[in-house]
Design a binder for this molecule. Structure first.
Ligand SMILES: O=P(O)(O)O[C@@H]1C[C@H](O)[C@@H](CO)O1
Ligand SMILES: O=c1cc[nH]c(=O)[nH]1
Length: 345
């Protein structure tokens, strides 16, 4: 899409508007103070002068201490630059166990010293999220749904900032429902869309809706796709991902405790999504894309499909098949990490 700049807009009614502002019409404030207009410019070079991780909150500067409450970490209690300063890749996914096994897997893949079984949960002091570090890779759980992901990301981005990390790339490695794809297919997200099939994320702030862009790094998505071509038996596509606020009715399932629509209405919705380029449905991609984009962080969403939603709603593959599927995004992202670190050609 040809677009020079977006501005965060607020709205009172339900239909969001994303306003286009040509560069020539941007005010001095918009040009000089990206902190206030943090989605201006689809080209991050517009406002990012350093490679450090930036937070877009002027209030943080005046705080003596920052407690990352849900991580049980803080700027006074922990030496964040020493603990995390070498992080280059952050992988996030819903479950703590998945992110622990990913940390162990990447530890082995990178040939890191020490026993991968000794890897410990950095957030053990809280049971909200789990966090594991394997060399330059941080593996963090985010729970289910947008609010849980959003809280985790606020604290994660601040952590990367306080730790003075540079050139960090974020990946969501998750599961999803496929739309017109065979189960087990990996979808690299081109554009994260909301339930209205709009490429945007709405956040209610002070009783108003703020609309943020969900643009992801297209170069990174293409790089993942070419990595997938180098891995045997890893069916992978690029497509749009729909992010919903519910697993059941919200994703057009007929098998929840409540259902307010017919089979025909469900299929009409899924076909409409398919026609808009949607190839999978999950519950975190829009906020993940929006927050990374707003903070100038390169990010990608890589989710495996557990079923084809045109064929059903229940997830009924055997446990060992599910485990195999869940490892596919991990395999793909670890391949890219190894390539970027020069460990493989
Ligand atoms: O990362 P995960 O596999 O948890 O992502 C999807 C979206 C929801 O969080 C959850 C629903 O089962 O799976
Ligand atoms: O159908 C599915 C499967 C996994 N996760 C989702 O959000 N939906």
């Amino acid at each position: 899409m040809a677009k020079e700049a977006f501005r965060e807009t607020t709205k009172a009614s339900s239909l969001p508007k994303t306003e286009f502002i040509p560069k020539s019409k941007r005010s001095v404030l918009q040009t000089m103070a990206p902190i206030l207009f943090n989605t201006i410019g689809t080209d991050h070079g517009d406002y990012i002068e350093q490679e450090e991780v930036h937070v877009k909150n002027p209030h943080l500067d005046s705080m003596e201490e920052d407690i990352l409450y849900h991580f049980d970490l803080g700027t006074k209690t922990h030496n964040l630059p020493e603990m995390f300063g070498d992080i280059k890749f952050v992988c996030v996914g819903g479950s703590g166990n998945r992110m622990k096994s990913f940390a162990q897997f990447i530890h082995r893949e990178l040939g890191l010293p020490g026993d991968m079984d000794d890897i410990r949960d950095i957030c053990a002091g809280t049971d909200r999220y789990s966090m594991y570090k394997a060399g330059p890779v941080l593996s963090v759980s985010h729970g289910m749904g947008v609010p849980s992901m959003s809280i985790m990301l606020h604290e994660l981005i601040k952590l990367l900032h306080h730790a003075r990390c540079r050139d960090v790339i974020l990946f969501r490695i998750g599961t999803s429902g496929g739309v017109g794809l065979a189960p087990g297919t990996v979808v690299v997200t081109k554009q994260a869309m909301d339930s209205f099939l709009q490429p945007q994320f709405e956040q209610v702030v002070l009783g108003k809706v703020i609309v943020r862009s969900t643009d992801l790094d297209q170069g990174l998505a293409e790089e993942l796709l070419s990595c997938a071509a180098e891995i045997p038996d890893l069916p992978t596509v690029i497509g749009n991902t729909m992010c919903t606020h519910d697993f059941y009715e919200g994703q057009g399932r007929l098998d929840g405790a409540l259902c307010s629509f017919s089979t025909e209405e469900k299929l009409e919705y899924l076909h409409r999504a398919y026609d808009a380029g949607v190839r999978n449905i999950e519950m975190e991609s829009t906020v993940f894309a929006a927050m990374c984009h707003a903070c100038g962080l390169k990010a990608a969403v890589v989710c495996v499909t557990l079923l084809n939603r045109f064929e059903g709603d229940q997830i009924n593959s055997p446990h060992r098949v599910m485990l195999d599927y869940q490892q596919r995004p991990q395999l793909l992202v670890s391949h890219l990490i190894k390539k970027r670190l020069g460990l493989i050609q």
